[in-house]
Design a protein around this ligand. Structure first.
Ligand SMILES: Nc1nc2c(c(=O)[nH]1)N[C@H]1C(S)=C(S)[C@@H](COP(=O)(O)OP(=O)(O)OC[C@H]3O[C@@H](n4cnc5c(=O)[nH]c(N)nc54)[C@H](O)[C@@H]3O)O[C@H]1N2
Ligand SMILES: Nc1nc2c(c(=O)[nH]1)N[C@H]1C(S)=C(S)[C@@H](COP(=O)(O)OP(=O)(O)OC[C@H]3O[C@@H](n4cnc5c(=O)[nH]c(N)nc54)[C@H](O)[C@@H]3O)O[C@H]1N2
Ligand SMILES: [Mo]
Length: 645
C-alpha cells in the first residue's frame, strides 16, 4: 500500500490547508485535503494538484549550478558551498554591509526563522525592510487598535452579515467559502466590495464595484448614513474611542452625493448597503490584500475600521474588521537574532532597484531564498538591471525563473513535500505539520539543511543543531502553552493563545487604551491620471504569485477589459493589444467582460518576464505611506490594438 502522510501547504496563502500526500516509489502520486482538519475539512484549491506536477516537473533544477562564461554548469554541493563560503567569508571580514540577504515570501515555515539567524551571526550584513505583501494593512490597524488581531475564522459563523472588502475568496480563501454559504443559507447577507468582477461575485448576495482606490469615500458615506439614522454604537464611539468629534466632523464634511460621486457608485447603491448594515448586526468585515496595494491604503483601511466602530462591530462576537493573522505568532522571534545586529543596513524591498543603485557601499554578494524579485517586485526591469550589476548572486529555489537565471550560483531547494517542519497561517490560527511525503529529489536541499551546513562551515557551533531541537526552540512559546510537537506533527492544533473575539473588554493596546478613529482625510491624488485604466494585477486561480507550473506557461498575458470600452477602442475578444505606460509596454491578449468597470484593466500577477508575461514591467515602485508596503495598483495604463501587418 502506498504510504500517506499528513502535511500542510506552506505556499504563501492564507488558507494553509492541511493535506494528505500519498507516495509510491519516491514519487508523490496524490495530494488532497485532510478530512480531519478543522480548517479546510478535506477541501483543496485549484493549485493543489499542480504542486505534485511542480515537484516532479522535468524542468525543476535539481543540481547546484555555477555560471561559467555565461552558462550554468552542474557542480557538486561541496564546490557550490565552497564558492559561497569563500565570497561571504571574505566580505564578512572586510565589508559585511556589501552582503545582501533577501528572503522572499515563497515559504515561511518555523525553521525558516533560522535563515536570518545565520546572517545575523555572520555580521552586520544588509537585508531588506518593508514588504511586497500586507504591510499597509498591518500598519493601519496598528494605528487604530494598537495591534492587528483578527476574529477567529470560527467566529464568523456568529455574524449576521459579512462584508468581503478587496478580497477574492473564490480564488484565495477557500476556507471562507463554507462560512459564506452557511451565512447565506440563514438569510444573512454576504457583500463583496471589489472594483473587479471576480469569480467571488456570484458567491455573494450583493456586489459593489467602487472606483479603485476610493473605498475610504464609501466607508465614510456609509458611516454618515448610519450616524444620520442614529443607528451607531454610541457607547463605543463616545467612551471607548479617541477622536470621535474629529471623525464625525470629517464624516459630515461631504454629503452622500459627493462621496458617491468620488467612488463612482450610485447613491442608491450606497444607501442599500447602509440599510443592510443597519439591519444585520453584528457585521464581520473581512479585508483582503488588494486593499493594501495603494499609496494611501491606510486611509482606506482606517476608514473601514472606523465604519466597524460605528456599526458596533468591534470587540463583539460575529463582528470585527479582520485582516489576517500573525503567521509567526507561535514562534519565539528572538530566534531571528536581530538583536545581535540592531543597526545593520536595510534596503526597502518595494524599492529594491533604486535602493541597489544607491547602495553605498554597493552590494558585492547576495543570497536570495524563496523569492523571485526579478518578476515580483514593482518596476521589475530596474530591479533586473540592478541584480545584474551584483558581482556575485546566489539563488536558492526550484526553477530557473527570472531571478534564478540571473544568478552566478543556483542552489536547488526542496519543496514542502520533501520537508520536515511546522507551519502557521496568516488566514487562521491552526498550527500545521509539514511532514515529508518523499525524500528530497535529486540533490535538492531544504533551506534548513543549507543553512546548517553554512553554519558548520563558519564554525557557528551553537547554531548547528538537529532539526527537532530547533523546532522545539522556535516553537517554545506554543509548547509552553501545553501543546506538544508530537501533537502538531500528528495533524496540527489550534494555537491556544489566539482569541476567538479580540478586544472583548473593548480595551486596546494603544497609549490611551482606546480605539483610535481616523480624523483626517485628504482624497489621494491619482498617480498617473491621464492614463485610462487602473492596472489591477490580481491573484490568478491557477497559480500562486510567480510559482507558475507546469502546464506550458502562458506565453501571452491575458488582459480583461470592459466590452463596450474595448469596442470603442476597436478591440475584439482574443485580439492582441499593447498595454503601455511611461515605463514600458507588454503584449497581451484581450478578454472582454460586459460587467467589468470601464476604468480597469485586469491581469493575473506572477507571470515571468522571460515569457513576456510579467506585469511588473509596468508597475511603479511606490511605497505605501504607512506600513512600508507596495502600491502596485497605483500604476495606470493605456491599451492599444496591435494592428496585424
Ligand atoms: N490562487 C492564488 N491564491 C493566492 C495567491 C495567488 O497568487 N493565487 N496569492 C496569495 C497571496 S501572496 C496573497 S497576499 C493573498 C491575496 O489574497 P486576496 O487579497 O484575496 O487577493 P488579491 O487578488 O490580491 O486581491 C483581492 C481583490 O482586491 C481587489 N482590490 C484591489 N484594489 C482594490 C480597491 O481599491 N478596493 C477594493 N474594494 N478592492 C480592491 C482586487 O480587485 C482583487 O480582486 O492570496 C494568496 N493566495
Ligand atoms: N504586480 C503585482 N505584483 C505582486 C503582487 C501584486 O498584487 N501585483 N503581489 C505581491 C505579493 S502579495 C507577494 S506575497 C509577492 C510574492 O513574491 P515572492 O516573494 O517573489 O514569491 P513567489 O513569487 O512565490 O516566489 C517564490 C520563489 O521561491 C521558491 N521557493 C518556494 N519555496 C521555497 C523554499 O522553501 N526555499 C527556497 N529556497 N525557495 C523556495 C519558488 O520556487 C519561487 O521561485 O508578489 C508580489 N507581487
Ligand atoms: Mo502576498
Amino acid at each position: 500500500m502506498s504510504p500517506v502522510v499528513k502535511t500542510a501547504c506552506t505556499r504563501d496563502c492564507p488558507n494553509t490547508c492541511s493535506l494528505l500526500a500519498k507516495s509510491e516509489g519516491g514519487r508523490v502520486i496524490a495530494l488532497y485535503g485532510d478530512p480531519d482538519a478543522p480548517t479546510n475539512r478535506g477541501r483543496v484549491c485549484r493549485k493543489c494538484p499542480g504542486f505534485v506536477k511542480r515537484v516532479h516537473d522535468p524542468a525543476r533544477a535539481l543540481r547546484p549550478l555555477l555560471k561559467v562564461n555565461g552558462a550554468f554548469e552542474p557542480v557538486s554541493w561541496d564546490l557550490a558551498l565552497g564558492v559561497l563560503v569563500e565570497k561571504l567569508g571574505r566580505l564578512a571580514q572586510t565589508q559585511p554591509e556589501s552582503i545582501l540577504y533577501y528572503q522572499g515570501f515563497g515559504s515561511r515555515t518555523a525553521l525558516k526563522l533560522l535563515n536570518r539567524r545565520f546572517f545575523n551571526l555572520l555580521g552586520p550584513i544588509t537585508t531588506t525592510k518593508g514588504t511586497i505583501c500586507g504591510g499597509a494593512g498591518q500598519g493601519a490597524q496598528d494605528l487604530d487598535y494598537g495591534a492587528r488581531i483578527s476574529h477567529d475564522v470560527r467566529d464568523h459563523e456568529n455574524s449576521s452579515m459579512m462584508v468581503l472588502w478587496g478580497r477574492n475568496p473564490s480564488v484565495t480563501s477557500l476556507n471562507l467559502l463554507p462560512v459564506m454559504r452557511s451565512l447565506q443559507s440563514k438569510g444573512r447577507p454576504v457583500v463583496l466590495i471589489d472594483p473587479v468582477h471576480t469569480a467571488s461575485v456570484s458567491l455573494c448576495s450583493m456586489w459593489l464595484a467602487p472606483r479603485p482606490g476610493t473605498d475610504a469615500q464609501l466607508a465614510l458615506a456609509l458611516s454618515r448614513l448610519v450616524l444620520e439614522a442614529g443607528a451607531e454604537d454610541r457607547e463605543f464611539l463616545e467612551n471607548r474611542c479617541e477622536g470621535f468629534s474629529a471623525y464625525k466632523e470629517m464624516v459630515f464634511s461631504e454629503d452622500l452625493a459627493a462621496r458617491a460621486a468620488a467612488c463612482d457608485l450610485s447613491q442608491e447603491e450606497v444607501k442599500a448597503l447602509a440599510q443592510t448594515l443597519m439591519a444585520h448586526k453584528p457585521v464581520s468585515f473581512v479585508l483582503g490584500w488588494g486593499l493594501h496595494r495603494w499609496r494611501e491604503s491606510q486611509v482606506t483601511i482606517r476608514s473601514i475600521d472606523a465604519l466597524g466602530a460605528v456599526v458596533g462591530s468591534i470587540g463583539v462576537p460575529g463582528g470585527g474588521v479582520s485582516q489576517g493573522f500573525e503567521e509567526y505568532q507561535p514562534y519565539d522571534w528572538s530566534v531571528w537574532g536581530d538583536e545581535l545586529r540592531p543597526n545593520r543596513r536595510r534596503l526597502f524591498m518595494p524599492l529594491l532597484g533604486e535602493e541597489l543603485e544607491k547602495a553605498d557601499p554597493p552590494i558585492e554578494a547576495a543570497l536570495f531564498t524563496a523569492g523571485n524579485p526579478a518578476a515580483t517586485l514593482p518596476d521589475s526591469r530596474r530591479v533586473q538591471a540592478a541584480l545584474r550589476r551584483i558581482p556575485f548572486m546566489a539563488v536558492s529555489g526550484h526553477f530557473l525563473d527570472d531571478t534564478a537565471s540571473l544568478a552566478d550560483l543556483f542552489l536547488p531547494a526542496t519543496t514542502f513535500l520533501e520537508e520536515d517542519d511546522v507551519v502557521a497561517a496568516y488566514g487562521h490560527s491552526y498550527v500545521c505539520p509539514v511532514n515529508p511525503a518523499i525524500e528530497p529529489l535529486g540533490e535538492s536541499r531544504s533551506d534548513f539543511d543549507l543553512f546548517m551546513e553554512l553554519g558548520r562551515r563558519f564554525g557557528f557551533s551553537d547554531y548547528v543543531k538537529p532539526k527537532e531541537e530547533w523546532l522545539k526552540i522556535v516553537l517554545a512559546p506554543t509548547l509552553q502553552l501545553g501543546l506538544s510537537l508530537e501533537e502538531i506533527k500528528a495533524g496540527g492544533a489550534w494555537q491556544p493563545d489566539v482569541p476567538h473575539v479580540p478586544f472583548p473588554d473593548r480595551v486596546f493596546p494603544t497609549p490611551t487604551g482606546k480605539f483610535n478613529l481616523i480624523g483626517e482625510f485628504t482624497p489621494p491624488a491619482s498617480y498617473d491620471p491621464e492614463r485610462r485604466f487602473a492596472l489591477m494585477s490580481v491573484s490568478p486561480k491557477e497559480w500562486l504569485c510567480s510559482e507558475i507550473h507546469p502546464f506550458p506557461r502562458p506565453k501571452i498575458l491575458p488582459v480583461t477589459v470592459n466590452s463596450a470600452v474595448a469596442e470603442s477602442l476597436n478591440i475584439a475578444e482574443g485580439e492582441e493589444v499593447w498595454i503601455r505606460n511611461s515605463q514600458g509596454r507588454l503584449r497581451a491578449q484581450a478578454r472582454l467582460d460586459p460587467e467589468l468597470r470601464a476604468d480597469v484593466a485586469v491581469v493575473p500577477r506572477g507571470g515571468w518576464d522571460m515569457d513576456g508575461c510579467n506585469v511588473n514591467v509596468l508597475t511603479q515602485a511606490v511605497l505605501t505611506s504607512v506600513g512600508d508596503g507596495t502600491a502596485y495598483f497605483e500604476s495606470r495604463v493605456d491599451l492599444e490594438k496591435i494592428e496585424s501587418s
